[in-house]
Design a protein around this ligand. Sequence first.
Ligand code: DX5
Ligand code: ZN
Length: 218
Amino acid sequence: MSKCCINPSILSADFVNLQAELERISTADAVHVDVMDNHFVPNLTIGLPVVQRIQEVSALPLDAHLMISDADRWAPLYAELGLASVTFHVEASAAPIKLARDLRGRGAKAGMALRPATPVEPYLDMLSELDMLLIMTVEPGFGGQKFLDVTLPKIRRAAEAVRGSNLPLAIQVDGGISAATIERAAEAGANVFVAGSAVYGAGDPNEAISKLRHAAEA
Ligand code: DX5
Ligand code: ZN
């Protein structure tokens, strides 16, 4: 297996000490920032002003995951902050190709996320418009949920399509990723792994990142 990325989710971090929490994951590849609007998902987190400050103080690139309605309107504003990647949910976009082009045009990598029950097949013709496909491995909205094995065949089909297309597309998985589940997701073809509770719930987050990396690359 080629090099993988471990992107800890700060959803499981201490929101009152975000700067210190960022410093505890210095060996990560990027910081996964979960934006929720209590509309697309039944939970509320942070918005543009806080993400902007995280971007200003973070030594690591930011990987924003927008679990928000009306992605066509809001996602470009996150790209405008200079984030490394901005991922919108296809279920929340009326014009995903236009939106992906807009994000790239503003200098961000374009990611598109699929809820567990959203099939990947309708989107295989637009892979060239994307830098990353996020296959959710739990229903979006909360950290600490159980990995849904039912999503494994979809990860496999997405990874096969990406290999067949010869595009440098990343396959990200998010939800329930731990030392116990990461091998299954990696074997199915994922190469970017988001982990919230498995990293911030550990005594030493960098040690947890290292364990996840070794398990994924095994
Ligand atoms: C859930 C978020 C995830 C969450 C993952 O909707 O998108 O990024 O933080 O948390 P764990 O790794 O605990 O499942
Ligand atoms: Zn996420």
